[in-house]
Design a protein around this ligand. Structure first.
Ligand code: TZP
Ligand code: MG
Length: 207
Protein backbone atom coordinates (compact mmCIF):
# COMPACT_ATOMS: atom_id res chain seq x y z
CA UNK A 1 0.00 0.00 0.00
CA UNK A 2 1.32 3.40 -1.03
CA UNK A 3 1.12 6.08 1.64
CA UNK A 4 0.59 9.56 0.19
CA UNK A 5 3.16 12.26 0.88
CA UNK A 6 0.46 14.83 1.61
CA UNK A 7 -2.16 14.07 4.25
CA UNK A 8 -4.96 16.62 4.48
CA UNK A 9 -6.54 16.97 7.96
CA UNK A 10 -10.08 18.29 8.12
CA UNK A 11 -11.31 21.17 10.25
CA UNK A 12 -14.70 22.87 10.37
CA UNK A 13 -14.01 26.52 9.63
CA UNK A 14 -15.80 29.83 8.90
CA UNK A 15 -19.21 28.12 9.04
CA UNK A 16 -18.15 25.33 6.67
CA UNK A 17 -18.52 21.74 7.85
CA UNK A 18 -15.77 19.11 7.77
CA UNK A 19 -17.38 17.60 4.68
CA UNK A 20 -17.48 20.98 2.91
CA UNK A 21 -13.83 21.66 3.77
CA UNK A 22 -12.92 18.16 2.57
CA UNK A 23 -14.63 18.79 -0.76
CA UNK A 24 -12.67 22.03 -1.14
CA UNK A 25 -9.37 20.25 -0.40
CA UNK A 26 -10.17 17.38 -2.79
CA UNK A 27 -11.09 19.81 -5.56
CA UNK A 28 -7.75 21.53 -4.90
CA UNK A 29 -5.72 18.33 -5.38
CA UNK A 30 -5.32 16.28 -2.19
CA UNK A 31 -5.52 12.49 -2.51
CA UNK A 32 -5.42 11.51 1.17
CA UNK A 33 -7.95 12.83 3.69
CA UNK A 34 -8.02 12.40 7.44
CA UNK A 35 -11.40 13.22 8.96
CA UNK A 36 -10.52 14.63 12.38
CA UNK A 37 -13.60 15.65 14.37
CA UNK A 38 -13.12 16.44 18.05
CA UNK A 39 -15.67 17.08 20.80
CA UNK A 40 -18.72 15.95 18.82
CA UNK A 41 -21.07 12.99 19.37
CA UNK A 42 -20.45 9.81 17.37
CA UNK A 43 -23.60 10.19 15.25
CA UNK A 44 -22.40 13.61 14.12
CA UNK A 45 -18.99 12.14 13.23
CA UNK A 46 -20.70 9.26 11.43
CA UNK A 47 -22.68 11.72 9.32
CA UNK A 48 -19.55 13.69 8.36
CA UNK A 49 -17.76 10.40 7.64
CA UNK A 50 -20.54 9.23 5.31
CA UNK A 51 -20.25 12.47 3.35
CA UNK A 52 -16.44 12.25 3.37
CA UNK A 53 -16.63 8.65 2.09
CA UNK A 54 -18.75 9.66 -0.88
CA UNK A 55 -16.49 12.62 -1.66
CA UNK A 56 -13.23 10.65 -1.40
CA UNK A 57 -14.66 7.91 -3.64
CA UNK A 58 -15.71 10.52 -6.22
CA UNK A 59 -12.20 12.04 -6.25
CA UNK A 60 -10.36 8.71 -5.94
CA UNK A 61 -8.79 9.68 -2.61
CA UNK A 62 -8.07 7.64 0.52
CA UNK A 63 -10.18 8.31 3.61
CA UNK A 64 -8.71 7.85 7.07
CA UNK A 65 -10.79 8.39 10.20
CA UNK A 66 -9.13 9.84 13.28
CA UNK A 67 -9.93 8.18 16.63
CA UNK A 68 -13.04 6.22 15.63
CA UNK A 69 -12.50 2.71 14.20
CA UNK A 70 -16.22 1.89 14.50
CA UNK A 71 -17.06 4.88 12.30
CA UNK A 72 -14.32 3.85 9.86
CA UNK A 73 -15.89 0.39 9.64
CA UNK A 74 -19.44 1.70 9.30
CA UNK A 75 -18.61 3.94 6.31
CA UNK A 76 -16.04 1.67 4.68
CA UNK A 77 -13.14 4.07 5.19
CA UNK A 78 -9.66 3.06 4.02
CA UNK A 79 -8.28 3.19 7.54
CA UNK A 80 -7.84 4.88 10.89
CA UNK A 81 -5.37 7.13 12.59
CA UNK A 82 -4.87 6.19 16.23
CA UNK A 83 -3.62 8.42 19.02
CA UNK A 84 -1.69 6.99 21.95
CA UNK A 85 -4.81 6.69 24.10
CA UNK A 86 -7.06 5.21 21.39
CA UNK A 87 -7.65 1.46 20.95
CA UNK A 88 -4.64 -0.67 20.04
CA UNK A 89 -3.46 -1.29 16.49
CA UNK A 90 -4.26 -5.00 16.76
CA UNK A 91 -7.82 -4.32 17.96
CA UNK A 92 -8.29 -1.87 15.08
CA UNK A 93 -6.95 -4.48 12.64
CA UNK A 94 -9.28 -7.11 14.00
CA UNK A 95 -12.20 -4.77 13.48
CA UNK A 96 -11.22 -3.35 10.08
CA UNK A 97 -9.41 -6.25 8.45
CA UNK A 98 -5.91 -6.87 7.15
CA UNK A 99 -6.14 -4.40 4.29
CA UNK A 100 -7.02 -1.41 6.47
CA UNK A 101 -4.47 1.40 6.68
CA UNK A 102 -3.54 2.05 10.28
CA UNK A 103 -1.49 5.06 11.27
CA UNK A 104 -0.24 5.85 14.75
CA UNK A 105 0.86 9.01 16.48
CA UNK A 106 4.37 9.19 17.94
CA UNK A 107 6.19 11.83 19.94
CA UNK A 108 8.98 9.88 21.71
CA UNK A 109 11.41 7.00 21.17
CA UNK A 110 9.11 4.82 23.28
CA UNK A 111 6.14 5.66 21.05
CA UNK A 112 8.15 4.85 17.92
CA UNK A 113 9.24 1.48 19.35
CA UNK A 114 5.66 0.69 20.38
CA UNK A 115 4.08 1.67 17.08
CA UNK A 116 6.61 -0.28 15.01
CA UNK A 117 6.12 -3.36 17.21
CA UNK A 118 2.34 -2.99 16.82
CA UNK A 119 2.66 -3.01 13.04
CA UNK A 120 1.42 0.42 11.97
CA UNK A 121 1.42 1.23 8.25
CA UNK A 122 2.74 4.73 8.86
CA UNK A 123 3.92 6.81 11.78
CA UNK A 124 2.55 10.31 12.39
CA UNK A 125 5.46 12.06 14.08
CA UNK A 126 4.97 15.36 15.85
CA UNK A 127 4.39 18.03 16.71
CA UNK A 128 7.05 19.71 14.61
CA UNK A 129 6.07 23.19 15.84
CA UNK A 130 3.54 24.63 18.22
CA UNK A 131 0.03 24.62 16.77
CA UNK A 132 -3.35 25.77 18.02
CA UNK A 133 -5.07 23.03 16.00
CA UNK A 134 -4.51 20.34 18.65
CA UNK A 135 -5.46 20.55 22.32
CA UNK A 136 -3.10 18.97 24.86
CA UNK A 137 -0.19 19.17 22.46
CA UNK A 138 2.77 16.86 23.14
CA UNK A 139 6.21 18.50 23.48
CA UNK A 140 7.35 20.22 20.28
CA UNK A 141 10.09 18.22 18.54
CA UNK A 142 11.61 20.79 16.20
CA UNK A 143 14.13 19.85 13.54
CA UNK A 144 16.64 18.46 16.06
CA UNK A 145 13.97 16.21 17.56
CA UNK A 146 13.02 14.94 14.12
CA UNK A 147 16.63 14.31 13.14
CA UNK A 148 17.30 12.14 16.20
CA UNK A 149 13.97 10.30 16.05
CA UNK A 150 14.39 9.67 12.31
CA UNK A 151 17.84 8.24 12.96
CA UNK A 152 16.40 5.93 15.62
CA UNK A 153 13.53 4.93 13.36
CA UNK A 154 15.96 4.15 10.56
CA UNK A 155 17.68 1.69 12.89
CA UNK A 156 14.43 0.09 14.10
CA UNK A 157 12.58 -0.02 10.77
CA UNK A 158 13.78 2.01 7.78
CA UNK A 159 10.75 0.87 5.74
CA UNK A 160 8.02 2.64 7.68
CA UNK A 161 6.82 5.95 6.17
CA UNK A 162 6.96 8.87 8.59
CA UNK A 163 4.48 11.71 8.24
CA UNK A 164 5.45 14.95 9.95
CA UNK A 165 2.70 16.94 11.65
CA UNK A 166 2.15 20.11 13.64
CA UNK A 167 2.33 23.73 12.55
CA UNK A 168 4.03 22.88 9.28
CA UNK A 169 4.44 25.62 6.67
CA UNK A 170 5.80 25.57 3.12
CA UNK A 171 9.32 26.55 4.28
CA UNK A 172 9.44 23.50 6.60
CA UNK A 173 9.02 20.95 3.85
CA UNK A 174 12.58 20.86 2.49
CA UNK A 175 14.26 20.61 5.92
CA UNK A 176 11.78 17.89 6.95
CA UNK A 177 12.29 15.99 3.72
CA UNK A 178 16.07 16.26 4.22
CA UNK A 179 15.57 14.82 7.72
CA UNK A 180 14.05 11.76 6.03
CA UNK A 181 10.31 12.10 6.45
CA UNK A 182 8.09 10.55 3.79
CA UNK A 183 5.51 13.32 3.85
CA UNK A 184 3.53 15.87 5.84
CA UNK A 185 0.07 16.12 7.41
CA UNK A 186 -1.47 19.57 7.20
CA UNK A 187 -4.57 21.20 8.62
CA UNK A 188 -4.19 25.00 8.97
CA UNK A 189 -1.96 25.58 5.98
CA UNK A 190 -4.59 24.16 3.62
CA UNK A 191 -7.75 25.08 5.52
CA UNK A 192 -6.79 28.74 5.97
CA UNK A 193 -5.39 29.17 2.45
CA UNK A 194 -7.21 31.66 0.21
CA UNK A 195 -5.96 29.71 -2.82
CA UNK A 196 -5.66 26.08 -1.63
CA UNK A 197 -4.91 24.75 -5.10
CA UNK A 198 -1.82 26.94 -5.36
CA UNK A 199 -0.62 25.92 -1.89
CA UNK A 200 -1.21 22.21 -2.55
CA UNK A 201 0.62 22.33 -5.88
CA UNK A 202 3.57 24.05 -4.22
CA UNK A 203 3.67 21.49 -1.37
CA UNK A 204 3.54 18.59 -3.80
CA UNK A 205 6.39 20.06 -5.84
CA UNK A 206 8.51 20.49 -2.71
CA UNK A 207 7.78 16.96 -1.53
N1 TZP B 1 -1.36 16.19 15.90
C1 TZP B 1 -0.21 16.79 16.22
S1 TZP B 1 -0.18 18.39 15.71
C2 TZP B 1 -1.72 18.27 15.02
C3 TZP B 1 -2.21 17.01 15.23
C4 TZP B 1 -3.51 16.51 14.80
C5 TZP B 1 -2.41 19.40 14.34
C6 TZP B 1 -1.90 19.67 12.97
O1 TZP B 1 -2.56 20.77 12.42
P1 TZP B 1 -1.83 22.06 11.86
O2 TZP B 1 -2.94 23.07 11.75
O3 TZP B 1 -1.27 21.69 10.52
O4 TZP B 1 -0.80 22.47 12.86
MG1 MG C 1 -6.75 10.39 18.65
Amino acid sequence: MLVSRLHYISQALNGYSHAEMIERALASGVDWVQLRVKNEPEDFILNQAQQARALCSRFGAKLIINDHPAVAKAVGADGVHLGLSDISVSEARKLLGAKAIIGGTCNTYEDVKRRIAEGVDYVGLGPYRFTKTKEKLSPVLGLDGYRSLMKFLGEVNPQIPVIAIGGITIEDIHPLRDAGVHGVALASLINHADAPEKVITEIKTKL
